[in-house]
Design a protein around this ligand. Structure first.
Ligand code: KOT
Length: 836
């Protein structure tokens, strides 16, 4: 308030108030001004990168104006906000999205052309903001887009990693990781050097009585690291609402480095301190669906939770409201268990610092948090060792013990006869060393827990959280099926399809209300529409074929069936099942007569995805895919009938080229392992069909689009446990076709067989945990059905169009409305027409 300009001087401000560009001329002026003054370039040395920089800065100016007004509006409105805490935000590029949301893409296109540049070239200069591993991080990014587009007062909180997910290079068929230093030019972030928070680690806990006889607990003598805020504007689609994503960067508390130490000759120590502090936000952990329990990761989590909560509490305290109002002003959503330390941290702030009673504080905490679970895979469930937590966060561990004690007493009162239950549900696992089970803490500290697709939400209630359903009743657990933003994943990735749809639906309203897509079904027999739909798919395949030629020097025929599996490499996602299927197809082709070959549908099998650097099996699968490609693509017996390619460095901007170009995409996880999957939605929305297991969101996609429009195969989740058991305790006969595939690999046809023995042994000798053999026959039979179906292009096209028309449910806008209604109790705050 003190920084507000006094009334008499406001006229001068208003006269010169920054105004957004509106016309092409104004866009050109703004862009040139930035190129010449901000970037210090000129007519004579303006390359595409500089043109990108100027354009981005011109759009950034526009966003900032809306952003400031949005923050002002949200502050004055004095209503509840939601804070989305996620260690990952897989944003991809921002310029195209900004142009689309602001509604000025055409203006910019014409303007850039006047200045001598092509829009696509300028857009492709931008580096992806890749602060995430895969689905979980991309979901957070889609949610930010939807929250802004629906005018919800919402902030994201994350870490500003200096290095995002590594860049993947393929060298001799092997994955090589290259660091992703993405910050050399990032026009989208605003450093807020005035918004800093001191974060403590280590130290000790001391209790004493104050003068009034009240017990006080202090956490002291720790090491301090400073968190600095960097803000990123998040524009909504066709609305003035521009929300904030706040990313924290770590730095030595003493500033640059400790001059006292420096002057007294301890140069190295002072530089070391600085580096230790900066290490916290240095790099994203590159593991998807895996918890490795490293101390630095725990530091990242606490650093980010503590800074975010300090910020949220500081904002609340400005309102001078009573503490019991906190949950009416603040909802905090935990994106998986990574931010679970926010629970004991808020309890600590309320009890130790603000002096609330434990029980009052705990009611506030529980009413504030919601927790989203994204996985049931045992190796991904976070546990922290008690000794580590004792060392790093002694006060938090004590609070967790108290939370646990209260909880276990409650359980004991309500289930007095069930002694076993206490050890099953305890936050502390009595192992050696003891471990803190973060998922249990998250459940206990939240008022709602949700899974991300129906099957998954049912599974968590019957497996990992079964006892908690007993304890709290079923209403604490709910489902919010994932979704994707149609702005990026339809309009931006597939402008021609988007335009065709708009021409049939009478405008672009469907991008705000995706259920309107159902009106497309009326055109399923419309000849001209069908033809254009098909032409667009073909053009998208041509674009991908060109990309494959340019990057891998492999020629693929765009008339072939494009069969795509792009996602993180993981045994449970079963890229190995896919490549074994490809080898089977290769063997089949090799045994075919010329006449038989003539009848076969030509295929391109396209793979892409990163393996965690320490995940050997996943890396082996990448290697096998590349080795198979090398043989198959150069076999004259095969020709165009089969090509196998592995696309390097799959990321968000590449997904925007890949998703519109599929005929079939593969979502073939062992049933019950893929919580939702979201690329399944991207592919279908772009007019591709899918082959999939009855897993995650595939099930609801099937319900929406109809069984006749999807290729489902494989065992069901309910049978997985028995099958796994049978692999060990009954006679386990491998699928005969799979044995042939293994024999071929073992013969050395795809290079040194020793390289692949662990992959094969995992199935043959070690119980085939992911049921590759059990599902192999039904997988290859289903691929035959796909071949046949594709041969009838007319029916195929009908399936594709019908599916697109029925995908309205899978927009992330629907997700956000569901969260707002059933978890956050949050209302939108719609700007007036003047944007204020
Ligand atoms: C777990 C630990 C570390 C990093 C990532 C995870 C993770 C990722 N857990 N689940 N996911 C994926 O989340 C997506 C969004 O909900 C789901 O669609 C996908 O099935 C999960 O595997």
């Amino acid at each position: 308030v003190e920084a507000s300009i006094p009334e008499p001087q406001r006229a001068a401000w208003k006269k010169h108030e920054a105004a957004p560009f509106k016309t092409k001329d104004q866009f050109e002026a703004a862009t040139i001004k930035h190129i010449e003054t901000t970037l210090a370039r000129s007519l004579f040395n303006c390359d595409e990168r500089a043109a990108y920089g100027g354009t981005a800065l011109a759009f950034r100016d526009r966003l900032v104006i809306d952003w400031n007004k949005t923050q002002q509006r949200q502050t004055f409105a004095d209503q509840k906000r939601v804070y989305y805490l996620s260690l990952e935000f897989l944003m991809g590029r921002a310029l195209d999205n900004a142009m689309l949301n602001v509604g000025m893409k055409d203006v910019a296109k014409d303007g850039l052309s006047d200045l001598g540049f092509r829009m696509e070239d300028v857009i492709s200069q931008e580096r992806d903001a890749a602060l995430g591993n895969g689905g979980l991080g991309r979901l957070a990014a889609c949610f930010l887009d939807s929250m802004a587009s629906l005018n919800y007062p919402a902030w994201g909180y994350g870490l500003r990693y200096r290095y995002g997910i590594f860049k993947q290079e393929i060298v001799d068929g092997y994955q090589v990781e290259v660091p992703d230093y993405w910050l050399d030019f990032n026009p989208w972030e605003f450093p807020r050097h005035d918004v800093t928070v001191d974060i403590q680690f280590y130290g000790n806990v001391r209790k004493y009585m104050d003068d009034s006889g009240k017990q006080v607990t202090v956490w002291e003598n720790g090491e301090i690291v400073q968190a600095v805020a960097y803000d990123v504007p998040i524009p909504g689609y066709k609305t003035a609402t521009t929300n904030n994503l706040r990313l924290w960067s770590s730095k030595a508390a003493s500033g640059e480095f400790d001059f006292q130490k420096f002057n007294s000759g301890e140069y190295e120590q002072s530089v070391n301190d600085q580096q230790r502090a900066e290490t916290i936000s240095a790099v994203l952990y590159p593991n998807d669906n895996l918890d490795r329990g490293k101390e630095l990761r725990l530091k990242q989590q606490y650093f980010w939770c503590a800074a975010s909560l300090y910020d949220i509490v500081r904002r609340f305290k400005k309102s001078k409201k009573a503490w019991k109002e906190f949950p009416n002003q603040v909802a905090i959503q935990l994106n998986d268990t990574h931010p679970t330390l926010a629970i004991p941290e808020l309890q600590r702030i309320l009890v130790d610092i603000e002096g609330l009673d434990w029980d009052d504080a705990w009611s506030i905490v529980q009413a504030t948090f919601g927790y989203t679970n994204h996985t049931v895979m045992a190796e991904a469930l976070e546990k922290w060792s008690v000794p580590l937590m004792q060392h790093l966060l002694p006060r938090h561990l004590a609070i967790i013990y108290d939370i646990n004690l209260n909880f276990l007493q409650y359980v004991e009162r309500n289930f007095p006869k069930d002694r076993e239950m206490l050890s099953r549900v305890s936050i502390i696992e009595e192992s050696q060393p003891k471990m803190v089970r973060m998922a249990f803490l998250a459940v206990i500290g939240s008022h709602k827990v949700n899974g991300v697709a129906e099957l998954h939400s049912d599974l968590i209630k019957t497996t990992i959280f079964k006892d908690f359903v007993q304890i709290y009743g079923p209403d604490k657990f709910t489902n919010v099926t994932n979704g994707i933003t149609p702005r990026r994943w339809l309009h931006q990735a597939n402008p021609r399809l988007s335009e065709l749809i708009a021409s049939k639906l009478g405008g672009e309203d469907y991008l705000k209300d995706l259920t309107l897509l159902n009106k497309l079904e009326a055109f399923v027999d419309d000849k001209a529409f069908r033809k254009e739909f098909q032409e667009i798919k073909y053009a998208n395949k041509v674009r991908l074929a060109k990309y494959i030629k340019d990057t891998l020097d492999v020629s693929v025929n765009p008339a072939s069936l494009f069969d795509i599996q792009v996602k993180r490499m993981h045994e449970y996602k079963r890229q190995q099942l896919n490549i074994f299927g490809v080898i089977h197809r290769y063997l089949t082709i090799k045994s075919m007569s010329a006449a038989e070959k003539k009848k076969l549908t030509p295929r391109v099998s396209i793979f892409g995805g990163k393996a965690a650097p320490g995940y050997w099996m996943a890396k082996t699968i990448i290697h096998l895919i590349n080795q198979v490609g090398k043989i198959v693509n150069n076999d004259p017996d095969v020709g165009d009938l089969l090509k196998v390619v592995f696309l390097e460095d799959y990321n968000v901007s590449k997904a925007e080229i890949i998703c519109p170009a599929s005929d079939i995409s593969e979502h073939i996880s062992t049933a019950g392992t893929e919580a939702s999957g979201t690329s399944n939605m991207k592919f279908v929305l772009n007019g591709g069909l899918i082959i999939g297991t009855c897993d995650g969101a595939n099930i609801e996609i099937t319900r929406e689009i109809g069984e006749q429009n999807i290729f489902l195969f494989g065992n069901l989740a309910e049978d997985v446990e028995d099958l796994r058991h049978a692999h060990f305790y009954s006679k386990f006969e491998l699928d005969t076709n799979l044995v042939k595939v293994f024999d071929t690999i073992k013969s050395g046809r795809f290079g040194d067989a020793g390289q692949f023995s662990a992959l094969i042994n995992g199935i043959v000798d070690h119980g085939d945990y992911y049921l590759v053999s059990d599902d192999f026959n039904s997988y290859i039979e289903t691929h035959k059905l796909i071949d046949e179906a594709y041969a009838n292009q007319d029916e195929w096209l009908t399936k594709c169009i019908t599916s697109v028309a029925r995908m309205g449910f899978f927009t992330s806008d629907r997700c956000i409305d569901e969260y707002a209604e059933s978890i956050w109790n949050l209302e939108p705050l719609t700007p007036k027409s003047n944007g204020v």
